[in-house]
Design a protein. Structure first.
Length: 726
């Protein structure tokens, strides 16, 4: 949305762009025409049209059928009833990628209205009676139609359609409050993230930092109109600082700022919000007949139940924790030797939150390995053992070449190609829009890529869509040849920015992030389903990470690196020796990293397996909940929960284990590629046909077995991480 459009008087003959078919390439969102005032108007009109659709459906005198009750909105050929979906998609995507105070305020205003409307639809007794009738009496259905009908029926049941009027009203109150609190959690977190910066004016305090980090900090300072260098909590700034800075006290400040988001005594405190969200979800689940929120969630997951999740997490603890302890002990010994060898005076670190704000004294004392030391010393240890360093690789990972490499990988595997189209409107100059063409040259999708951090953009990385794939009947056309509406997919990341002196040079970790989100994008782009609600990434939540984590495997494959990793100045390819070191170092601290992910899964389950009201203090509860997987020192003055968007404001509540679940799947699937060749097109086509194009049209385990021929095992993951010998 262009700045110059804000605050202008609207001509009386102007039509809200959400009301019309988009007259843009491939019907993409006309971001350049949308004004702030268009959103609320379109929201309210969309709600009105939904209510019109509801009345039309429930007052239909004909006997309920699959066609006149379940899919009449899915097959809305004119798009009249899609208005609310269209405006919601644009607004809430931009609320994460390009927000401002006006959008935040409108989100607060609209959230309870939209939640009430969703409840009105799901809790309408007459509509549910029609759905229930069709669920029991229907014509012969295709497997995809059966899946849609079951999802539709279960959606009503899981939204409270079988509850008494009193319980329905209570459910409305709970869901509306949870929706508003989830939004407030995210807005508080964004404000906390942007509120802190480390401003350095003494050049000596830059010791150890690579030039790329120094240049980026100088640019940030210029953008903030400050002298010197500014480091932020955005990943491209925070991560290098914690890895390379020799200034232990400054690392502590950065670490504490990052890990105390949401627990400060200010208006952005998320502690009470987290506690309330946990209780709201528990009460919602129990109202719907489940013992816990985890039971409610997992009844529609591959894991099936709480026992299935803990079985996986416990397997991982048993397999990886002994190795993680050895890794940490090796790091402690190495750090202690390094600390003495450096003969430096380091700040002693206070143990309490109150003391953390005081000025520490300096002593020359034995090193106690603190969390802000882990990145610094593990980098040094990795350098000693493997002579490999992220900064060694950066010059070979120029963003433009990485883009070519990632796109080229998709071409080599699946035959698809990408062409930038500058006529497609974008919501910020940083965003690039591409047309995607299939192997036969036919149009496949639109792909947006938003690479760099900026004000108003949430941290992290994610994939989303502005239009999902589906097939709709065309008036007057052969019903056997419906229009295949192609998707508009977007990936949003926070990768290293270019500076006046250098292009954007990425770390290997950032390349992996790009590959991860691109895997989600392929899942969306390859979709070939009839119904929108089953297409693309609309799959069971613990299956959705398979396509994304699968793509990360290519990051350390020599054959892939050879296609794009060239020095940005000399054009020389990434040396074989560096590739060899990358491969050798792949499993450095892998067991510790696994335990970190498992600890998050244990924390998530601890909150959402609560049967009684949650009244404990968040911080001590957190430390105890994940203790089984912890191999380093715990601090009582930090908190993960208050910034854990995945399980508080995202869709991973009682589902964070999904990352490790999908890692088992991705290692197992990539082992198939390794057997046949990582670029084998027959294997890739089978992966596309059996998994990437099928969305949620079948049970995910069925889809996986169709690809591999058998169920996955944990063995491939254990071998990949070096836990189990090959």
């Amino acid at each position: 949305m262009s700045e110059e459009n804000r605050g202008q008087q609207i001509p009386s003959n102007r039509v809200n762009p959400f009301y019309e078919s988009y007259k843009t390439p491939h019907g993409t969102v006309p971001f350049d025409r949308i004004r702030m005032e268009d959103y609320e108007e379109a929201f309210m009109e969309g709600i009105r049209r939904d209510e019109e659709y509801l009345e039309k459906t429930i007052n239909n005198p004909a006997k309920p059928t699959f066609d006149n009750t379940i899919i009449n909105k899915e097959d809305d050929s004119e798009g009249y009833y899609d208005l609310l979906d269209r405006v919601s998609t644009v607004f809430f995507n931009l609320l994460s990628a390009e927000t401002n105070d006006e959008m935040d305020a409108l989100a607060q205003k609209m959230s309870p209205i939209l939640t009430k409307h969703a409840n009105d639809m799901r809790l309408n007794e007459r509509l549910f009676e029609r759905v229930k009738y069709v669920h029991r009496h229907h014509r012969k259905l295709t497997p995809e139609e059966k899946r849609l009908l079951d999802d539709c029926y279960q959606g009503f049941v899981r939204s409270g359609a079988l509850l008494s009027p009193e319980d329905k009203e209570r459910l409305r109150q709970l869901t509306e409050e949870a929706s508003l609190l989830g939004l407030q959690f995210s807005q508080n977190l964004l404000k906390e993230n942007k509120a802190f910066s480390l401003h350095i004016t003494d050049e000596r305090q830059l010791e150890g930092l690579p030039q790329t980090a120094i240049d980026a900090a100088a640019q940030e300072a210029r953008e903030q109109q400050k002298e010197g260098w500014v480091f932020t909590l955005d990943a491209p700034s925070y991560s290098p600082f914690m890895t390379y800075s020799t200034q232990r006290e400054l690392r502590r400040q950065m670490y504490m700022a990052y890990n105390t988001k949401g627990i400060h005594d200010n208006e952005n405190n998320n502690l009470a919000i987290c506690q309330r969200l946990i209780n709201l979800r528990r009460e919602i689940a129990q109202l719907l007949g489940y013992k816990t929120f985890a039971d409610y969630v997992l009844s529609r997951r591959m894991a099936k139940n709480v026992r299935g999740v803990y079985r996986l997490l416990n397997q991982l603890v048993d397999a990886y924790k002994p190795a993680a302890k050895k890794e940490m002990e090796e790091l402690r010994r190495f750090a202690s030797v390094e600390f003495r060898a450096e003969s430096l005076e380091f700040a002693t670190v206070p143990e309490t939150a109150a003391a953390a704000n005081s000025q520490p004294s300096t002593l020359h004392s034995p090193l106690v390995l603190e969390p802000w030391d882990l990145g610094f010393y593990s980098h040094k240890l990795k350098l000693k053992k493997y002579n490999i360093d992220a900064e060694m690789l950066r010059p070979y990972f120029q963003l433009e070449r990485v883009i070519d490499g990632v796109f080229g990988l998709a071409t080599r595997l699946y035959g698809i190609t990408f062409k930038e189209n500058k006529d497609i409107p974008v919501y910020h100059p940083d965003v690039k829009a591409y047309e995607v063409f299939d192997r036969d040259g036919s149009y496949l999708a639109v792909f947006y890529a938003d690479f760099h951090p900026r004000k108003g953009k949430q941290g992290g990385a994610w994939m989303t869509q502005y239009q999902e794939q589906y097939k709709k009947t065309r008036p007057g056309k052969n019903q056997e040849n419906p229009l295949n509406v192609r998707p508009h997919v977007s990936v949003v990341m926070n990768l290293t920015k270019p500076t006046p002196d250098r292009p954007a040079l990425l770390t290997l970790g950032e390349v992996e992030t790009f590959l991860h989100e691109f895997g989600h994008a392929l899942h969306g782009m390859f979709s070939d389903c009839r119904f929108e609600s089953l297409s693309g990434t609309n799959v069971l939540w613990d299956f959705v990470e398979l396509p994304s984590q699968f793509m990360e495997n290519f990051a350390v494959e020599k054959e892939f690196l050879r296609t794009f990793a060239f020095h940005y100045q000399t054009g020389e390819p990434l040396p074989d020796e560096l590739i060899r070191r990358i491969v050798r170092s792949r499993n450095f601290m892998a067991a510790t990293a696994c335990m970190r992910q498992v600890s998050f899964g244990l924390l998530d389950m601890a909150y959402y397996t609560k049967k009684d009201e949650f009244t404990e203090d968040i911080i001590p509860f957190e430390k105890k909940a994940w203790e089984k997987a912890i191999v380093g020192k715990q601090r009582m003055d930090t908190c993960m929960t208050t910034q854990f968007s995945h399980i508080m404001a995202g869709g991973y509540a009682a589902g964070y284990y999904s990352y490790k679940w999908a890692e088992v799947l991705d290692a197992d699937a990539f082992a198939v590629f390794k057997r046949h060749g990582i670029f084998d097109q027959k294997t890739a086509q089978r992966f596309r046909d059996c998994i990437l194009s099928r969305g949620g049209t079948e049970d995910p385990m069925t889809l996986y077995k169709n690809f591999k021929g058998s169920e996955p095992t944990i063995d491939a993951l254990l071998k990949r991480n070096g836990i189990k010998k090959k």
